[in-house]
Design a protein around this ligand. Sequence first.
Ligand SMILES: [Cu+2]
Length: 122
Amino acid sequence: MLTLLVNLAGLLLIAAIVWWFWLGPKRHTAETVSGSDTLQILVKDGVYEPDRIRLPAGSEATLHFRREDASPCAEYVLFPDLEVSAQLAVNRDTEVHIPAAEPGEYPFTCQMQMYRGTLVVE
Ligand SMILES: [Cu+2]
């Protein structure tokens, strides 16, 4: 019976983690348009803010990632489809250059894919 309770507690813990990272509170769903100017993205508490960024097709942009989460989880940001990645400094802005891209949606994540965002080129 005790084993069952322990297993149940473990399952609940896993469910809570899954909920937190993948399904959970969509606290920040801000959408920001940015052209040739710069945009700051806050990296904190498991979310990018804003986590959806719109860019005009065919123009480059520089994003400023401000990492306020010292955990290793937040250390890198990856844009796999654009072959862009950057190591983020803690409590400072890190410039990430985004090349001109075709219209489409380009996900960006931390190296463990817990932080998630989408770059929308249109
Ligand atoms: Cu991570």
